[in-house]
Design a protein around this ligand. Structure first.
Ligand SMILES: Nc1ncnc2c1ncn2[C@@H]1O[C@H](COP(=O)(O)OP(=O)(O)O)[C@@H](O)[C@H]1O
Ligand SMILES: Nc1ccn([C@@H]2O[C@H](COP(=O)(O)O)[C@@H](O)[C@H]2O)c(=O)n1
Length: 202
């Protein structure tokens, strides 16, 4: 199994890059795990308490479960990936049955901050987009898809997202094997990653 980690700040285009990689690759040979599925369970908290969580800090992630799931997949064992709701700020209780694949992609803002997880990645990719681009994309996406408004996104950006990005995410570039510049759609970089995967699949 080839395990690829794709990190980068919110809105840099990780999900978009993953979808571009998946397109045209043999169906069923590449699987995806999203770090978002591994936000800690917050059922014990009220909604008002959940809203206040710093979701850009590594402690918000259940890295133990993510690491165990990845180990299971590597050993050929199916996992039940939790489903996360950005509206409820919590897991939904549903899971997605995820089978081991020849290539597993793990994507998320904080996946390179965890040393144990980092060791499991055969290829580490960091997707870069400038912070103004990312904020614009985040605003549009969170308002249209994640039930947020302008004030919510801007307050979160100033209070937690920007400082956490500078403290935890940006320094992870140091560990990357490949940095994809993604201010504009970068088909060349995506093609290079696809060809690396294709070599592995033959
Ligand atoms: N290179 C790009 N140029 C313009 N918009 C992009 C680009 N990459 C992604 N987007 C858009 O930006 C938003 C956030 O992208 P997404 O892939 O969800 O980022 P991430 O998973 O890193 O948070 C989406 O609406 C997506 O369509
Ligand atoms: N309940 C939550 C959980 C996370 N976030 C934000 O999501 C961002 C990470 O997801 P991307 O798809 O953008 O990589 C992160 O910056 C968190 O602030 C949230 O808003 N609400």
């Amino acid at each position: 199994m080839l395990i690829i980690g794709i990190a980068g700040g919110t809105g840099c285009g990780k999900t978009t890059v993953v979808n571009q990689i998946l397109k045209e690759l043999p169906e069923g040979e590449v699987g995806v795990i999203s770090q978002d599925s591994y936000y800690k369970d917050t059922t014990h908290l009220s909604f008002d308490e959940r809203v206040k969580i710093n979701f850009d800090h590594p402690r918000s992630i259940d890295f133990e479960l993510l690491e165990n799931h990845l180990k299971d997949l590597r050993e050929g064992i199916d996992i039940h990936q939790p489903v996360y709701s950005f509206i409820k700020h919590n897991r939904t209780g549903d899971t997605i049955l995820t089978h081991p694949r020849k290539v597993m992609i793990v994507e998320g803002i904080l996946i390179l901050t965890n040393p144990e997880l980092r060791k499991m990645f055969d290829i580490k990719i960091f997707v870069h987009a400038d912070s103004d681009e990312r904020l614009i994309r985040r605003l549009k996406r969170d308002i249209s898809e994640r039930g947020r408004d302008l004030d919510e996104v801007l307050a979160r950006y100033q209070n937690t997202l920007k400082p956490m990005h500078q403290q935890f995410i940006e320094p992870m570039k140091e560990y990357a094997d490949i940095i994809i510049p993604n201010n504009k759609y970068n088909t060349v970089a995506v093609d290079i990653v696809k060809s690396i995967i294709n070599q592995r699949l033959v």
